[in-house]
Design a protein around this ligand. Structure first.
Ligand code: ATP
Ligand code: MG
Length: 175
């Protein structure tokens, strides 16, 4: 309940434009490494293979909020992938900016549910069972954070096969 209240408060502040977003150079590669390191025990506990492919890159933004997004995405990938599967995290730097990809070989999202995953409180039927403590707010918050950084978040998925979330953050000097 405490977590839900915190998340709702965060939204109320985002909506009111009161949520302060720090803008400072962030070593995004190091940030992703740190987040993955924190979630490694969870992945190992579920017998998942974690694959990393991280190019060096910097973004302009809010370290804590960006870490929140990375943790949400990687945690989802771990939670929604059965044992024996794999979760891969990729960071790529191009002339357009920084790209983060979090792909899994998990339960996937049906075509009907896919357009709704960024909605507040949305949880697909299959994810609802056994999801104690989950609120269905993780992706909605992640999207709000990425948009506040001038970026985009997108998802592709095949039901029963796997899911891939991509985040694009613009080049530091173009924000
Ligand atoms: P929490 O707020 O605790 O993160 P949640 O994980 O249910 O709860 P979101 O992270 O917003 O909420 O995700 C919304 C829904 O999207 C999930 O309930 C699940 O149905 C679906 N989903 C998200 N990521 C994945 C994934 N990697 N594979 C399959 N389904 C996913
Ligand atoms: Mg989640």
């Amino acid at each position: 309940m405490r977590r839900l209240t915190d998340m709702l408060l965060q939204f109320a502040r985002f909506d009111a434009g009161q949520e302060e977003m720090v803008r400072q150079p962030v070593d995004f590669t190091e940030l992703v490494e740190g987040c993955v390191e924190r979630l490694k025990p969870l992945a190992e506990g579920q017998h998942l293979n974690l694959v990393l492919n991280l190019q060096p890159t910097e973004v302009l933004g809010d370290t804590l909020r960006l870490a929140q997004v990375v943790i949400n995405l990687v945690q989802n990938a771990i939670q929604y992938t059965p044992a024996g599967g794999s979760v891969s995290v990729m960071v790529e730097s191009t002339s357009a900016g920084t790209h983060l990809k979090v792909a899994d070989t998990g339960i996937g999202i049906s075509a009907t549910d896919l357009p709704r995953v960024f909605e507040r409180f949305f949880r697909a039927d299959r994810a609802r069972s056994g999801g104690e403590g989950r609120t269905g707010l993780g992706l909605a918050i992640s999207q709000a954070i990425i948009q506040a950084h001038g970026g985009r978040i997108a998802v592709e998925s095949t039901f029963g096969v796997g899911t891939c979330f991509t985040v694009h953050l613009p080049r530091a000097e173009t924000i």
